[in-house]
Design a protein. Structure first.
Length: 491
């Protein structure tokens, strides 16, 4: 994740600002407006993307981790971008006033950060010691409102204050409880935010400039797709996953609206430009759920084009990292998390041949040095599976956290080898039927295996016989967990 945040996020923001500014300067000749345009295009919507990833169960997937890392870096960039915005107003800069303002900003930020480390945790501790949940909730709300008002009174933005308020609360040991208490307000405030954005839009402008808005949306999409893909590739991510990540963060973010309003007030952008940006940004946000739904298929199709396959082969593989050429009757493990590692340990002790495919380059490097037959690659690739000896493998175990990639791997593996036995681990029982249709022989959903373990231990406490418990478990598994899904237990 650290590499995704620092390298991936840094590259995405830098490339987007640079390319956006270069294109805008070529079109307008206004350097200040061009750089500012790069600022507002570089940011993506953390709220929308994380919500979509969470709903799809893809937070821990390779593309989910990359998107999250890039979004974290973007959010960290908001404060410096807001401080730099007044410099781009084009007016003669009074360096004395600028330094005073920066000094004041740094002083306020320093005080708040000091309070976040030493004052706020103690304050919250005393509040929690009172035993009043209402008082704790009130204190959290006061911090969320008070810190932005404090920064505003010193000439800094409310948005910067809100960011610092969240930072201050996150430093205490009560951050998780604070998040849980505030969470019910989250969707309401997000909805209110988008209502306010809608109220700022001029629908007359949208009607008369529809073609210009469409061109702008397409331009933003292509630009952020290119920079997002490039930034993910820089951290060693496969092409398909890089493009999948880029498709997820193509939209304009919430903080871009805050920057745009500040830019309009400072005269960096005109009212007409502001309306064009506002309309285009809303369209990108509306399109995000659809784009993220089709992203696995689109990225897979593009990555499978002959030209791009040729480009991926240009990357040289060290001799000791080449895929196994001749293997037969072996087990292929895709994903080297906890399940993959435990399986590999058992196979090694049982002297059963196996190979591992993993997309985390650091894990591959570490385990390779320890003698594991582990290789770096994307399991959805037919070529990669072929190099792992899928045609002669006896068994395939898929233990990754990405539902879309899991389905593609199962489908591709079944086409390559009709006889191979495929075992799949999935987080959700809703995936069981779809994966079996695609060719999986066994699908093990984590949530129901956990429930089976719980009820078996409960029954043991009530002195049920081991045979009775095992018969119930076998019956549930044979029926693909149908009994538990219907809320019934076998008699």
């Amino acid at each position: 994740m650290k590499k995704a945040v620092i390298v991936g996020g840094g590259a995405q923001v830098f490339l987007t600002i640079t390319l956006s500014a270069a294109i805008a300067y070529w079109a307008t000749g206004n350097i200040y407006q061009s750089i500012f345009l790069g600022f507002i295009i570089a940011l993506s919507s953390t709220a929308i993307v994380l919500k979509m990833l969470s709903e799809k169960g893809a937070m821990d997937s390779p593309h989910g981790r990359i998107m999250t890392g890039i979004l974290i870096f973007q959010d960290l960039c908001v404060v410096p971008l807001m401080l730099l915005t007044p410099v781009l107003s084009g007016e003669e800069v009074n360096y004395t006033n600028l330094l005073l303002k920066l000094g004041k900003a740094m002083m306020i930020i320093g005080i708040i950060l000091f309070s976040a480390k030493w004052v706020v945790p103690k304050l919250l501790h005393h509040v929690v010691s009172s035993g009043s949940r209402e008082l704790f909730m009130t204190m959290i709300i006061l911090l969320c409102l008070g810190i932005p008002l404090l920064t505003s009174s010193f000439g800094l933005s409310l948005s910067l204050g809100a960011f610092l308020a969240g930072l201050a609360i996150s430093e205490s040991e009560y951050a998780h409880q604070a998040t849980a208490d505030i969470l019910p307000f989250k969707n309401s405030f997000i909805g209110l935010f988008f209502v306010s954005v809608g109220m700022l839009m001029d629908f007359g402008y949208m009607t008369h400039n529809l073609s210009q808005i469409i061109i702008t949306v397409i331009s933003i999409f292509l630009l952020k797709f290119v920079t997002g893909t490039a930034s993910a590739l820089m951290i060693g991510t496969p092409l398909r996953t890089s493009m999948h990540s880029a498709l997820g963060i193509f939209q304009i973010g919430e903080f871009s609206f805050v920057l745009a309003i500040a830019g309009k007030e400072l005269g960096i952008i005109s009212e007409e430009f502001y309306q064009l940006f506002l309309s285009s940004s809303v369209v990108t946000m509306i399109a995000t759920p659809f784009i993220m739904t089709v992203a696995p298929s689109v990225s897979g199709w593009i990555a499978s084009r002959p030209v791009l396959r040729g480009l991926t082969r240009l990357k040289k593989i060290p001799k000791d990292d080449r895929f196994p050429r001749k293997k037969e009757g072996h087990v292929i493990i895709i994903g080297f998390g906890l399940n993959g590692r435990n399986l590999a340990r058992v196979l090694k002790e049982s002297e059963i041949p196996y190979v591992i495919l993993e997309m985390n380059s650091d894990t591959v490097r570490e385990k390779k040095h320890k003698g594991e037959p582990i290789y770096y690659g994307d399991g959805t690739s037919q070529e990669i599976l072929h190099k792992l000896g899928i045609e002669k493998a006896r068994l395939l175990v898929v233990a990754i956290s990405d539902p879309a990639s899991t389905r593609r791997i199962v489908s591709t593996a079944r086409l390559e080898n009709r006889e191979i036995y495929i075992i799949v681990r999935t987080k959700y029982v809703a995936e069981v039927d779809d994966l079996k249709v695609l060719g999986a022989d066994e699908v093990i959903p984590e949530e129901f295996e956990t429930s089976i373990e719980i009820f078996s231990r409960v029954l043991k406490k009530y002195h049920f016989g081991d045979k009775v418990i095992q018969d119930m478990i076998d019956k549930i598994r044979q029926d693909s967990y149908t009994a538990l899904r219907k809320g019934e237990l076998p008699k």
